[in-house]
Design a protein around this ligand. Structure first.
Ligand code: HEM
Length: 327
């Protein structure tokens, strides 16, 4: 989509995007058990492959959960994140997506499904089912995944601009706007940020908090100083390769400890720390770690909502034969 130069143009563009996303924000056409007749074992096949993968490569749980978020937030949950072109101009080549992993696992699931029921299960649905199965594999909640998404035929690198994914240094206003644009509310924002209970981040995604927060060689004053000292041992300036745990101590387990850390000013990313800056998100952080926490249930509900963003259903799009290529 073209970007316009003047601010009025950008506004018009944003309204167009909102209209496009709202058109399908309700996820009409999706349902639980969409493949019950057309491919009765589809969901079992997906979980079997994921169980096999998790047994040998559990560190892929984070990347595979993140994949669904990155798919849905750009052009809707249509599998556009998976597409390749010879020129490398698709979504996956845009900066925030360069750290994504696990595309080969989606291909492996697709191969197993094509063997059982050729041309039936969409890549967009595979991404959604895999996100649920890796959550379960890391001891997180189970939820019923609505299916029936079809695959998009377009993936455009510049779609990652305006409005792209929320950046790692987003403040609470930007985060709320980014989610609202996709029909997700403030509760969804804090609940889904709980996905950071598993996985890792490159040092470069939080380096400025340690070394150059305001351009004066300073640290982020909102971050726990002991935590900063520990992170500095791991991440040297300009480090592009080292990974740090998003939820130190339990980054392989889907639990509520992410919320505990954020309340103690130990959220790794600025976007995590920003959840302390709004009364609603702040009170959820506390609730999520209390005895009567509803986090597990809420996560499933918000994932279903996220999975409805901009979906293609019915006769729209196609069912790709190979997830990285349009038919
Ligand atoms: C609220 C806005 C969000 C922002 C700004 C954000 C940003 C990030 C960043 C910067 C990373 C680290 C990337 C790297 O440097 O390798 C990351 C990792 C991750 N994100 Fe988010 N994220 C957000 C929401 C979400 C949501 C909604 C989910 C899923 C429900 C999610 C799941 C993950 C997971 C699982 C990882 C770890 C990936 C891995 O282990 O490789 N994030 N996120």
């Amino acid at each position: 989509m073209a970007t316009y130069k003047n601010s009025c143009g950008v506004f018009v563009l944003q309204m167009m995007v909102v209209a496009l996303l709202c058109l399908h924000a309700q996820g009409q056409g999706l349902k639980i058990g969409f493949y019950d007749k057309s491919c009765p074992h589809a969901e079992k096949i997906v979980s079997k492959v994921i169980d096999e993968v998790m047994a040998v490569a559990p560190s892929l749980s984070g990347p595979l959960l993140r994949l669904h978020f990155h798919d849905c937030f750009i052009r809707g949950c249509d599998g556009s994140i998976l597409l390749d072109t010879p020129t490398g101009q698709t979504e996956k080549f845009a900066p925030p997506n360069l750290s994504l992993r696990g595309f080969n696992i989606i291909d492996r699931v697709k191969l197993a499904l094509e063997k059982a029921c050729p041309g039936v299960v969409s890549c967009a649905d595979i991404v959604a089912l895999v996100a649920r199965d890796v959550t379960v594999a890391t001891k997180g909640p189970f939820w019923e995944v609505e299916t029936g998404r079809r695959d998009g035929k377009l993936s455009i690198i510049t779609d990652l601009r305006n409005p792209g994914l929320p950046p790692f240094n987003a403040n609470i206003t930007t985060l709320k706007q980014s989610f609202a644009l996709r029909g997700l509310n403030t509760k969804d924002l804090v609940v889904l940020s709980g996905g950071h209970t598993i996985g890792t981040s490159h040092c470069s995604s939080f380096e400025s908090r340690l070394y150059n927060f305001t351009g004066k060689g300073d640290t982020d004053p909102t971050m726990d100083q002991n935590y900063i000292a520990r992170l500095k041992l791991k991440c040297k300036p300009k480090d592009q390769t080292t990974l740090a745990e998003l939820d130190p101590g339990s980054f392989k387990t889907f639990d509520d400890s992410y919320f505990k850390l954020v309340t103690k000013r130990r959220g790794l990313l600025q976007s995590d720390a920003a959840l302390l800056d709004d009364p609603e998100t702040r009170s959820y952080l506390v609730q999520a770690t209390s005895h009567g926490s509803t986090f597990f249930k809420d996560f499933g509900v918000s994932m279903v909502k996220m999975g409805r963003i901009g979906v293609l259903t019915g006769s729209q799009g196609e069912i790709r034969k190979v997830c990285s290529k349009t038919n």
